[in-house]
Design a protein around this ligand. Structure first.
Ligand SMILES: Nc1ncnc2c1ncn2[C@@H]1O[C@H](COP(=O)(O)OP(=O)(O)O)[C@@H](O)[C@H]1O
Ligand SMILES: [Mg+2]
Length: 255
């Protein structure tokens, strides 16, 4: 795992035509292998930041560089891949195979290698049996796992994951935690599932109203009840010291 800087974000600012100052002066650096949790209330700018980082949106000012190369908007780029908040934005072809093959084909890989990439990405998310299905016929959780495979098949240096556990049952949520632990990739993950972030990330950025207000160790930041409350979030349950004894009088005893 490299400890070199792989991502450099410098004074990024962004406005939508009908919504000004959605992001203001966002700056941070990231080392290879780091896992950053991007947390903040609804509407704080998490998805917008991801769309800028992967080049779908273009900043009003400021810059983004991956391994020293500037991200140019609207250029196909396998260094940094984004898993959309909604899988329906990610899956747009007739079959699961075509969706997962889309990245490797655009990279210009030969047919045999494209097939290998698709097979191994779908196996990693335990969805190989869906390969010939239409993405429209999948359940929400299946769509989410296939959307993840479309990112994995590109072998990106940096993965941007926007609320990856929404729609997942507990088994698939656990599968994703295990998968991320085995990947050793650089990742930024946004989620309201703070327990999931505690299991997968080592650092947290708190974003509120388009500004990064905290950047530090994830356990330190999420343990701070006052800080969490002031940004409309709750300190995760697992960070409170607690016993397994029941507090309700008359409730059955645990054995
Ligand atoms: N396409 C858009 N046009 C105008 N405003 C938008 C658009 N997308 C998001 N916004 C606004 O930008 C702000 C940040 O949104 P978003 O990045 O989706 O936040 P988050 O992902 O943290 O919930 C919100 O106020 C949202 O309403
Ligand atoms: Mg969002």
């Amino acid at each position: 795992m490299s400890s070199q800087i792989v991502l450099k974000v410098n004074k990024l600012c962004f406005s939508y035509p009908d919504k000004k100052n959605v992001l203001t002066d966002i700056s941070f650096e990231m080392n290879g292998g780091e896992r950053i949790a991007l947390i903040g209330p609804n509407g704080s700018g998490k998805t917008t930041l991801f769309l800028l980082l992967c080049g779908i949106l273009s900043p009003a000012s400021g810059g983004i560089a991956v391994n020293g190369k500037d991200i140019k908007p609207n250029q196909f780029n396998t260094d940094i891949s984004y898993m959309f908040q909604s899988p329906d934005d990610q899956l747009f072809t007739a079959t699961v195979f075509d969706d997962v093959a889309f990245g490797p084909i655009n990279e210009g890989l030969p047919e045999g290698e494209v097939k290998d990439r698709v097979k191994s990405a779908l196996e990693r998310v335990k969805c190989h049996e869906l390969i010939d299905k239409s993405p429209h016929h999948l359940s929400g959780g299946e769509k989410r796992m296939v959307a993840l495979a479309t990112i994995l098949s590109m072998h990106p240096e940096i993965m941007l994951l926007d609320e990856p556990t929404s729609d997942l049952d507990l088994l698939n949520r656990r599968n994703i935690i295990t998968l991320f632990a085995s990947l050793q990739k650089t990742m930024i993950i946004s989620s309201h599932d703070l327990e999931f972030l505690l299991e997968t990330c080592n650092r947290a950025l708190i974003i509120d109203n388009g500004k990064i207000v905290e950047d530090g160790n994830i356990v330190d930041l999420l343990s701070d009840e006052g800080l969490m409350k002031s940004h409309h979030m709750e300190k995760p349950h697992s960070l409170y010291p607690h016993t397994h004894k029941r507090a309700i009088p008359g409730a059955p005893r645990d054995h």
